[in-house]
Design a protein around this ligand. Structure first.
Ligand code: SF4
Length: 297
């Protein structure tokens, strides 16, 4: 898949085995910015000992408001080997992490799968989290069936024009829907046991100013085409960073009314599993009553 590269929907066709770089800037050797126990992810991923997060460098999206732009777009990270990547996973498991959480895995799927084989031979057992922007190839996702336990994609926009303007992809809405449907087909709704996520789909949606994210259409798709039991984290923490101040419509935080409207739309559509943030303090996350009988449909 790396030559010609068809790992993601951009299908650049470059020969990454020979060092050519495509749109994302990812080459042959995996590049990692950092890896650590992460306590800032959703509670069922964090548990008591944290999510074993591995931040991979480069991204196939180019969001002008990316909060991780140093890693995703400016290439901050170090080249590593498959063996070292496997060792990172084993170290995180050794620290008690409840999962291995690959952040921005999309350009690196072949390398991750190769490193996972080494890690599993070394005793890796915890669930694998695929933490991505939602711009995924269904062909590639099908190859991950049985390998990824928890998919955690964004659903960023319901309008291709906005996706083109703010993330540099003119077909996001056309790509994200079949991608999320494939993830749902593979793992179903999120299953949580004793407060820890074991398997399933957890979708993130960042509310943007001026309705740019198309929140209601995103929720309609999730509720009607996937499942109304889908766990959705509706995030209010948008702030204009990186190049966002060059775009008038996203050059501010969201208003309370905009967030309220999004969660009211969710409620109307029957999406009541997931995470909301309180309106008085967006930093306090309301955790739903997780039960062990949250089943796959
Ligand atoms: S993974 Fe990178 S090089 Fe490969 S198709 Fe996608 S953007 Fe292009």
């Amino acid at each position: 898949m790396l030559s010609p590269c068809t790992v993601c929907p951009r299908e650049c066709g470059v020969n990454r085995l020979n060092g050519e770089l495509g749109n994302c800037g990812a080459g042959l050797e995996p590049e990692v910015s950092s890896y650590h126990q992460h306590f800032g992810e959703e509670p069922p991923l964090v548990g008591r000992c944290g999510s074993g997060t591995i931040f991979l460098t480069h991204c196939n999206l180019h969001c002008v408001f990316c909060q991780n732009h140093q890693i995703s777009q400016l290439g901050i990270g170090r080249k590593t080997t498959l063996e070292d990547l496997a060792q990172m996973m084993l170290k995180l498991q050794g620290l008690g992490c409840h999962n291995i959480n690959f952040v921005t895995p999309t350009p690196w799927v072949p390398q991750i799968v190769a490193a996972l084989r080494i890690a599993q031979e070394g005793g890796l057992k915890v669930p694998i989290v695929y933490n991505c922007g939602g711009y995924e190839s269904v062909v590639t996702l099908k190859m991950l069936d049985g390998i990824v336990d928890i998919y955690m994609p964004d659903i960023k926009y319901a309008d291709n024009r906005h996706a083109d303007t703010y993330s540099g992809v003119p077909d996001y809405w056309d790509i994200v829907r079949p991608a999320l449907a494939e993830m749902h087909r593979q793992v179903g709704v999120l299953k949580v046991k004793h407060g820890i996520a074991e398997k399933g789909l957890l979708i993130r949606h960042l509310v943007l100013p001026n309705g740019i994210a198309g929140s209601r259409q995103c929720f309609e798709f999730i509720s009607r085409r996937l499942s109304s039991k889908t766990v959705v984290n509706v995030m209010a923490q948008y702030y204009p960073t990186f190049k966002a101040n060059e775009y008038t419509r996203i050059n501010r935080r969201i208003k309370t009314e905009e967030y309220r409207e999004a969660i009211e739309d969710m409620a109307r559509l029957g999406l009541d599993a997931g995470f909301r943030q309180t309106l008085d303090t967006i930093f306090r996350t309301i955790v739903p009553e997780w039960t062990d009988d949250l089943k796959n449909e």
